[in-house]
Write a protein that binds this ligand. Structure first.
Ligand SMILES: [Zn+2]
Length: 350
């Protein structure tokens, strides 16, 4: 068979569109099926049909499985990837040039393989449209969705699920800019920021004192239990109380101790995090717009989702619903609103 292959003769059962000639022992073109096979290539190479759609077309045109039923997708795919149809063939891992008459040109076969390569590219997902799920149409209340145009421009538009919506589509770049405007509003004056950090540090003093007193009172309770446990062991040794009773009591006290330890750890953690996180949050809020501008679209969307729960979009101006505490910050903090009163012992600002 290898010898036959080397002579350019396909050494096996003729694939669809060909038939085995028992006299010449060669494959030759079948009558109508060959034409149909060619059409499969032509359809799929356009890139306009999925493999499933080509299956449907093939069935409608009369291409059948040997059983008479519909040809499965995998069978169609095998046809479309078989080099035999342009005149070569694979045998035992080698590609041979055949002497049989081709059904399609090498060019059509190549374009078909390109169509396969394209169809294997990852589909458009939410990842590619980062602002999906954040915006609601101001006109009809539908969600704003997105699509890719000309393979590179992302446009956002109303889904129009409640009937046609007159709101025009907007390019992602423009939308990014517009949405960023909402962040400008939450900028805190440097002087106000300084004042807030100062206030936070003062309140931290109270906070710290609270946690420390809580920890020490929990510690006292813990030690009391420990003394009881120690005493119980002594009593047990002295035989004053029955052993099983002692052990049950000790088990209860140990459980209480475990709970106390957990509470102590909570207070310790809160004590450490309170100040740092508060200041970090304020500084982050203050730099939100600057950070936003330098980020890729996916990060921009992530930042916006932290700050706002939803945003109404009328095609021109975004109207965000801010999450707490950004709702307060977004109302616009300026020195004149927040300037501490005369009785404040902080230095005047502005
Ligand atoms: Zn709409």
């Amino acid at each position: 068979m290898r010898e036959k292959a080397e002579q350019g003769h396909y050494p096996s059962v003729a694939p669809r569109g060909y038939r085995n000639n028992p006299e010449t022992k060669l494959i030759e073109l079948g009558s109508s099926t060959g034409l149909l096979v060619k059409r499969l290539f032509e359809w799929y190479a356009t890139g306009n049909y999925s493999l499933q759609a080509v299956c449907g077309l093939a069935h409608r045109e009369g291409l059948r499985a040997r059983s008479g039923g519909k040809l499965h997708k995998s069978a169609i795919e095998a046809i479309l990837k078989n080099p035999l149809y342009y005149g070569a063939f694979e045998w035992a891992g080698m590609l041979y040039s055949g002497t049989h008459e081709p059904i399609v040109s090498k060019d059509l076969w190549d374009r078909t393989q390109q169509a396969f390569a394209k169809s294997n590219r990852p589909k458009q997902t939410k990842r590619d449209f980062p602002f999906i799920g954040m915006l609601t149409c101001a006109f009809c209340g539908c969600a704003i969705t997105a699509e890719m145009k000309k393979g590179k421009y992302i446009y956002y538009h109303c889904t129009g699920n409640h009937g046609p919506c007159p709101k025009p589509a907007i390019r992602q770049e423009t939308l990014e800019e517009k949405l960023g405007e909402a962040l400008k509003g939450i900028r805190i004056d440097d002087s106000i920021l300084e004042w807030m950090v100062q206030a936070l540090k003062e309140s931290h003093r109270d906070e710290k004192a609270y946690h420390e007193s809580a920890i020490s009172s929990l510690q006292v309770q813990y030690n009391k239990l420990q003394n009881r446990i120690d005493q119980a062991y002594t009593d047990k040794l002295d035989g004053k109380i029955p052993e099983e009773v002692v052990l049950r009591m000790i088990e209860e006290w140990r459980k209480e101790q475990t709970q106390l330890l957990a509470q102590i750890r909570c207070h310790q953690a809160a004590n450490q995090n309170y100040l740092e996180e508060g200041i970090k949050l304020l500084e982050l809020a203050n730099r939100a717009y600057v950070l936003y501008q330098s980020q890729p679209a996916s990060e921009k969307a992530r930042l916006l989702k932290i700050i706002q729960s939803n945003c109404t979009w009328d095609g021109v101006t975004p109207r965000p619903e801010y999450r707490k505490p950004f709702d307060l910050l977004a109302k616009g903090l300026s020195s004149k609103d927040w300037l501490p009163g005369q009785d404040s012992n902080l230095r005047p600002i502005g």
